[in-house]
Design a protein around this ligand. Structure first.
Ligand code: DX5
Ligand code: ZN
Length: 224
């Protein structure tokens, strides 16, 4: 299982040091949580901040847009240095058009579903995405508890992706740590977003290494 640390709970006064810390843990990418104060009851940062982070990190930028109108800023995020642009299926964006726009800009495209949204909401777009994110908390804040009842949804998506022979990755986000990553991996998730568990870990490197050893349901499925 891959690890995408969310920097939402990092020390924003020392971003260079924090991004370096993420790199040193051996994590696979960096998860950047963008919140607009409308789609979720919180605000974080946007394209200008990401543009300033780009030259100080060579890691893959996995950008999670918790925005009502993500379609209005796709070019700005692409220009700022996002490698993957991920927005919510519950947003007001024209979904297919926005996914096409992201890909036309040469970026990876992804869709997220909130806890109350069924897996079937993203089925019409599976051939247009590189990744689906299943939220395992209500979006808006770090440090919440993992919702294990989202695992049937992860399983359903994994089954549909495999049934169609697609190479769409499956990410989980919210309350993931040493105890919950195995549960999500077993259900079929490929990528774990890890926020507070990583920044509060005694040994962050060991936590990443431990998650890396997890075999995803996908790997098990694809065994002959
Ligand atoms: C929640 C964000 C998450 C969050 C993860 O709205 O999308 O990425 O910061 O943080 P933890 O791992 O602390 O739940
Ligand atoms: Zn996130």
């Amino acid at each position: 299982m891959l690890v995408s640390p969310s920097i939402l709970t990092c020390d924003f006064a020392h971003m260079e040091r924090e991004l370096d810390f993420v790199k040193q843990t051996g994590a696979d990418m960096v998860h950047l949580d963008v919140m607009d104060g409308v789609f979720v009851p919180n605000l974080s940062f946007g394209p200008p901040v990401i543009a300033r982070l780009r030259p100080i990190s060579d890691m893959f930028f996995d950008v999670h847009l918790m925005m009502e109108y993500p379609d209005r800023l796709i070019e700005a995020f692409a220009k700022a240095g996002a490698d993957l642009i991920n927005f919510h299926v519950e947003s007001a964006a024209p979904i297919a058009e926005t996914l096409d726009k992201i890909r036309a800009l040469g970026k990876k495209a992804a869709l997220t579903i909130k806890p109350k949204t069924p897996a079937s909401a993203v089925f019409p777009y599976l051939d247009k995405v590189d990744m689906i994110l299943v939220m395992t908390v209500e979006p808006g804040f770090g440090g919440q508890s993992f919702m294990a009842d989202m695992m049937p949804k992860v399983r359903e998506l994994r089954t549909e992706i495999d049934r169609r022979g697609l190479s769409v990755q499956l990410q989980v986000d919210g309350g993931i740590g040493a105890a919950t990553a195995p549960v999500a991996a077993e259900a079929g998730a490929d990528i774990a977003v890890v926020g507070s568990a990583l920044f509060n870990a005694d040994d962050a490197k060991a936590l990443v290494a431990e998650i890396h050893t997890l075999r995803t349901g996908a790997a098990v499925h694809s065994q002959p």
